[in-house]
Design a protein around this ligand. Structure first.
Ligand code: DC
Length: 230
């Protein structure tokens, strides 16, 4: 079967990564979670003291970009690639609510986006890739053979993220998670550089009421239709 590029975009906590992982595993493709890369840069900015709840020294972060090295390493036990920042595994640290609260601000910085987009394009140059994020179908792979745009209500998404954080023992309230989801939606859709928009040729999936299995089956059918015509 011919290899294609699959771009999955959408709001936070719409289940993009769940779908992307299922597809990559089934098709034998590489899966890349670009949100993890922005989260790792946010963690770097926090560690260096460039960002806090009261301030953001954007210029200091921009000056330090050459010292940010990101790579993924596949973990066979987990079934996906973990994020490394300057050779340290940060997969767990980047999923906290603190990182979530700063990441959209960091993702607004054009210099950060340019660096990450360049790396993402490089990872996809041989196709056979499923990449998820906010600008994959519009900026990273505008020629992707399949573009999916995922949506679900803010409340549904907040409940999902709340359940995930609770399961990890993170003591946050549902209200805080909902507020974070709504704030990130706003920043992601209103930033000047590569705002979250649906690509003209993307297929929109609202999964508020779809099971993982139903969603996976529907998208797999699309993949099979597309690869047949190539
Ligand atoms: O998918 P996520 O919630 O882990 O993404 C974290 C943040 O990174 C999100 O608020 C927006 C940003 N992001 C982005 O701007 N572009 C991408 N391609 C992926 C994520």
């Amino acid at each position: 079967m011919k290899k294609i590029t699959i771009a999955i975009d959408g709001f936070s906590s719409t289940g993009k990564s769940t779908l992307a992982k299922q597809l990559a595993k089934h098709l034998g493709y590489v899966y890349v979670d670009t949100g993890a890369m922005y989260r790792a840069v946010a963690l770097f900015a926090m560690q260096k003291g460039y960002i806090s709840s009261s301030s953001f020294d954007k210029q200091a972060l921009i000056n330090d970009i050459p010292n940010i090295k990101l790579h993924f390493e596949f973990n066979a036990d987990l079934g996906f690639a973990e994020m490394f920042l300057n050779d340290v595994n940060v997969e767990k640290e980047i999923r906290t609510i603190e990182v979530s609260s700063f990441v959209s601000k960091v993702a607004e910085v054009s210099e950060v986006r340019a660096k990450l987009v360049e790396q993402q394009k490089e990872m996809g140059k041989n196709k056979a890739i499923v990449m998820d994020g906010r600008d994959i179908g519009t900026v990273v792979f505008p020629d992707a053979e399949l573009k999916i745009f995922m949506t679900a209500s803010a409340e549904t998404r907040a409940q999902r993220r709340f359940d995930e954080l609770q399961a990890k023992g993170d003591n946050v309230s549902y209200e805080d998670v909902l507020k974070n989801v709504q704030e990130r939606d706003y920043i992601d859709t209103h930033r000047d550089d590569s705002p979250l928009v649906i690509a003209d040729d993307a297929i929109e999936i609202d999964n508020s009421y779809l099971s993982r299995e139903e969603q996976f089956a529907a998208v797999l059918e699309l993949v099979e239709e597309i690869t047949k015509t190539l």
